[in-house]
Design a protein around this ligand. Structure first.
Ligand code: TYC
Length: 118
């Protein structure tokens, strides 16, 4: 096997040499997949009717925040109109949005939750 001085950080170093019957060889190198996934922010929107306590409960329940952090996020949304609850891959973000919207509808609150590509 030949040493490869050009092996970069994206090369896992595996190589295969196959001796042909004419004494030549073919070397294949395996490239490790390192593409990062697209990420999405999940946002809550402010409205005039959803009780603050309900929003805190939503942030605790669906975004794994403690009461202090959930309160901080709720107050940010209340004062700025929109706020980030977490950053996830596409399918996880989509699931969070659906869970929050279903929970809000079930309790007859107009709370809106959306996702936004980072
Ligand atoms: N603005 C609401 C109120 O005064 C509270 C609220 C906060 C609603 C955050 C939605 O995403 C929200 N009761």
């Amino acid at each position: 096997m030949r040493l490869e001085p050009t092996m970069g950080p994206n090369d896992d170093g595996r190589s295969g040499g196959d001796e042909g019957d004419n004494g030549t060889s073919v070397v294949t190198r395996t490239r490790t997949q390192t593409k990062r996934p697209n990420l999405y922010r999940v946002l809550l929107l402010n409205d005039d009717y959803t009780p603050m306590e309900f929003v805190i409960e939503v942030v605790e329940r669906f975004f794994q925040k403690n009461r202090e952090e959930a309160t901080r996020i709720m107050l940010h949304v209340h004062h700025h109109g929109v706020g980030e609850c977490g950053i996830y891959t596409y399918e996880v973000a989509e699931t969070k949005v659906t869970q929050v919207m279903d929970f809000a509808r079930k309790h007859q609150h107009p709370l809106q939750c959306v996702m936004e590509k980072k």
